[in-house]
Design a protein. Structure first.
Ligand code: GDP
Ligand code: MG
Length: 227
């Protein structure tokens, strides 16, 4: 059974279209929305669209929401679980081929930085931050992956088990921790090209504080000071 985990915070302008497009592309898919108590009705809209919705009131953060959703998906019996952003940056038309590749891999990464991959409409500043974050990850953690920060992925149930140990990666750093754990456990990662589009509606939740926390985490992980 295929699942798609979508972490949300104030994505009312995007979630309806996203869920509809996922359903159009993948048959028998369960969409799991992990919403951190959005003020804009995101959770209610997702429920109306038939998603399984968890509203968290006592915890926040992209990484902890992903971990929570992935665990729930495995508990519900899913063997292949995609994660994707709610803001339509991750085009659901790539999902069928990513699920297909996941039949022979523990982690499939929708990659902007391999041949055929692309970023559309992102401001130069975001491109530099993303490229820099990937350079840092490849050097400090000796990651062979080209797009370590992509949130468009498919995990096997085995990979979910391995990344559940990323307890100290509550925010954007979860993406890095997950790749690190999967590589260390000798599981198979495959990157497939995706075209990433900047969001048209709603706001990015990435800010300077989150970037600093990300950097501090990656440095600690490389020195063996955190897990
Ligand atoms: N549940 C939850 N989702 C979050 C949180 N922060 C960001 N997200 C979601 O994670 C996805 C990526 O966030 P986004 O703001 O688009 O980041 P960006 O693409 O790096 O600018 C979106 O679906 C957001 O709604 C959070 O604290 N909790
Ligand atoms: Mg985004």
């Amino acid at each position: 059974m295929y699942g798609v985990v979508v972490p949300t915070y104030n994505e009312a302008d995007n979630i309806k279209v996203l869920i509809r497009e996922i359903r159009e592309r993948v048959k028998d898919v369960v969409v799991i929305v992990v919403d951190d108590n959005s003020e804009d009705n995101t959770a209610e809209i997702a429920k109306q669209m038939g998603a399984v919705v968890f509203v968290r009131t006592n915890e926040r953060g992209l990484g902890s929401a992903l971990r929570f959703g992935l665990r729930k998906a495995v508990e519900m019996g899913m063997s292949h679980i995609a994660t994707m952003d709610a803001d339509l940056s991750h085009d659901p038309s790539f999902l069928p081929s990513m699920f297909n590749v996941s039949l022979n891999a523990d982690l499939v990464i929708g990659s902007r930085y391999i041949q055929g991959g692309k970023i559309e409409n992102w401001p130069l500043k975001r491109k530099i931050i993303s490229k820099g974050a990937n350079l840092i990850t490849r050097i400090l953690l000796r990651s062979s992956v080209h797009d370590n920060t992509s949130g468009y992925r498919v995990y096997s149930a085995k990979a979910v088990e391995v990344v559940s140990s990323c307890q100290n990666a509550g925010g954007y750093e979860f993406q890095i921790c997950a790749i690190y754990k999967v590589l260390r456990n000798n599981l198979r990662i495959v990157e497939v090209p995706i075209v990433f589009r900047d969001r048209e509606k709603g706001n990015s939740k990435l800010d300077n504080g989150k970037m600093l926390r990300w950097l501090s985490y990656v440095m600690k992980l490389s020195l063996g000071l955190t897990s």
